[in-house]
Design a protein. Structure first.
Length: 242
C-alpha cells in the first residue's frame, strides 16, 4: 500500500492520476496547507521542503519502506516501480525526462505564479499588475511551446507518459487564468484527449470536496502559505527534533 500525503492541487493531481493509471492501491492522507500541516514535525520527517505531495511506499526497492517527496521524483519512482509510462529505451526515456523537467521547472512554477497573482495577491497591499502580466505572458509562451511540439506528435514525448500527467493539471485552470485555450489548437486537442481518460478523471476527483479555490482565504491561511521564510522553517526544524 502507498500512502499519499495530498492536497487537491495540480501537484497533488499529478500523483493521483499516475496512481490511477497504474492501478496501484493507495491511501490518501490529507494535508491542510492553510492550517500548516506541512510544517508539522512528522511531515517534515518525510518532506524536508515542507511541500506536498509525498508518498510512503511500504513495498519499496528490495521490499524496504521508502518515502519520496517532490512530484517529479514521485512520478519517476512510480514509473520505475511499475514499468509504466516511463520508457525503458534510453532515447525514448530521455524525451520523456525532457518534458517532465520542462513541466517541473517551467510550466508548473509559472502557472503557479499566475495563480498566486490572480487569486491571492489582491489580499496583499501594493500594485501587482506588472507581476500578473509578467507571469500570464510567460504562461502564454509556454502554452505556445506545447502547441508547437504537439503539432508533431500526439503527446508531449511521443507516447502517453508521466510528462503528460505532470503537465495536464497545470492546464486545467486556464479559464481562471483568462486564457482562451482554443488559441492553442493542438494543446486543446491534447487537453481534451487527456480529460476523457477514465484514470485522469478519477485522479482529478480525489479530494474534490476539499477544494477551496472559490473560497476567500483567511488571514491565517495567507500567512501560513505565503509568508514563510528561513526563520520560520528553522523553528519548524527545531520542533521536529523535540
Amino acid at each position: 500500500m502507498i500512502d499519499l500525503y495530498y492536497a487537491p492541487t495540480p501537484n497533488g493531481w499529478k500523483i493521483t492520476i499516475m496512481l490511477e493509471e497504474c492501478s496501484l492501491p493507495y491511501r490518501i492522507i490529507p494535508v491542510n496547507l492553510g492550517k500548516g500541516d506541512q510544517f508539522k514535525p512528522e511531515f517534515l520527517a518525510i518532506s524536508p521542503n515542507n511541500r506536498m505531495p509525498v508518498i510512503v511506499d511500504d513495498d519499496g526497492p528490495k521490499g524496504e519502506k521508502i518515502s519520496v517527496f517532490e512530484s517529479g521524483a514521485i512520478l519517476l519512482y512510480l514509473g520505475e516501480k511499475t514499468g509504466k509510462f516511463l520508457p525503458s529505451h534510453q532515447i525514448d526515456r530521455i524525451k520523456v525526462l525532457e518534458w517532465l523537467f520542462w513541466q517541473v521547472g517551467g510550466l508548473g512554477p509559472m502557472a503557479g505564479q499566475v495563480s498566486h497573482f490572480v487569486n491571492y495577491a489582491p489580499n496583499f497591499p501594493g500594485d501587482h499588475s506588472y507581476s500578473e502580466k509578467r507571469y500570464k505572458n510567460e504562461y502564454d509562451r509556454l502554452l505556445g511551446v506545447m502547441n508547437n511540439i504537439l503539432t508533431e506528435r500526439e503527446y508531449l514525448a511521443g507516447d502517453y507518459s508521466v510528462a503528460d500527467m505532470a503537465s495536464f493539471p497545470w492546464v486545467t485552470a486556464y479559464k481562471r487564468y483568462e486564457v482562451d485555450l482554443n488559441k492553442f489548437k493542438e494543446v486543446r486537442r491534447w487537453f481534451d484527449t487527456l480529460k476523457n481518460r477514465p484514470a485522469v478523471r478519477k485522479g482529478m476527483d480525489v479530494g474534490k470536496d476539499e477544494r477551496t479555490f472559490a473560497q476567500k482565504p483567511t488571514k491565517e491561511s495567507l500567512k501560513m502559505m505565503f509568508q514563510q521564510d528561513s526563520d520560520s522553517i528553522a523553528r519548524a526544524a527545531e520542533e521536529k527534533k523535540e
